[in-house]
Design a protein. Structure first.
Length: 259
């Protein structure tokens, strides 16, 4: 039986006609787009090989080239993330962030949270009173400029010690002066909204420096920086929104009085 089987296999594999080439290329790609036609493609290839196996038009090298072409024209299938996997990954990141905050030194955690009180109290007080106070808004901008300058100077303190992993080079020291310069510009604006937007940009740049350019910061400090930046940005935007709302109400009241 084995002796009879070998000639049949040899004839089917090495004497396949040139018609097989018509099934590769665009046709094979067309079949690859539909999963349901994979089995029909296999049956068709097998049928053509068996029916036309008597024609000695292909040599072994042609058969191998045909197989190689068919291999390269097959379409890949990409595995998509399921919503369950995404939720699991997000929850894992949240748990690690919470754990990092719990492991942070208590003085750093409590002092950082206390430093956010002037940011949060200004829009909260104006929202409770239902009145926009320009003095409080300017005080918040001033405190924000001081905070941004502190975050910039903190990089100098981290890079100057001899055993520090950060070098006192142009990248670290020059970048630390960018947030204070933006904070100074925020104080020069007469419009509180423009100053708040400038401080938001400065806070974003400072956060980018601390997370990307100095990866040697502890994990708990990075999480603390992210939380603090989010709170400060939301507080500044809330003050700007309250100012815009107050201006719109004042404009509406003037139009009503004139009419």
């Amino acid at each position: 039986d084995k002796a009879n089987m070998f000639p049949l296999v040899q004839r089917c594999c090495f004497h396949t006609p040139f018609k097989l080439w018509k099934l590769t290329g665009p046709r094979l790609l067309l079949y690859g787009k539909n999963k349901t036609t994979c089995s029909s493609l296999s049956l068709r290839l097998q049928r053509d090989v068996c029916l036309l196996s008597r024609s000695p038009s292909l040599n072994p090298a042609s058969v191998y080239a045909t197989k190689l072409q068919a291999f390269h024209t097959s379409l890949p299938f990409f595995k998509k993330k399921t919503p369950k996997e995404s939720m699991t990954k997000d929850s894992g990141v949240l748990q690690r962030s919470t754990k990092s905050l719990e492991d942070s030194p208590k003085p750093a955690l409590y002092l950082s949270l206390a430093g956010l009180i002037p940011f949060v109290s200004v829009p909260l007080a104006m929202a409770i009173e239902g009145t926009y106070y320009p003095e409080l808004a300017f005080a918040q901008i001033t405190y924000g400029a001081v905070t941004v300058s502190f975050l910039g100077g903190m990089r100098w303190g981290f890079a100057l010690p001899e055993n520090s992993p950060a070098k006192p080079d142009w990248l670290n020291l020059a970048n630390s002066t960018v947030p204070p310069l933006l904070a100074c510009q925020a104080l020069l604006f007469k419009d509180i909204t423009a100053g708040a937007i400038m401080l938001v940009i400065a806070l974003g740049i400072a956060l980018h420096y601390d997370l990307s350019l100095l990866p040697t910061y502890p994990g708990w400090f990075k999480v603390l920086r992210v939380v603090g930046t989010v709170v400060m940005v939301l507080s500044l935007l809330a003050t700007a929104a309250l100012k815009t709302r107050s201006e719109m109400e004042l404009s509406d009241s003037r139009n009503t009085w004139q009419n």
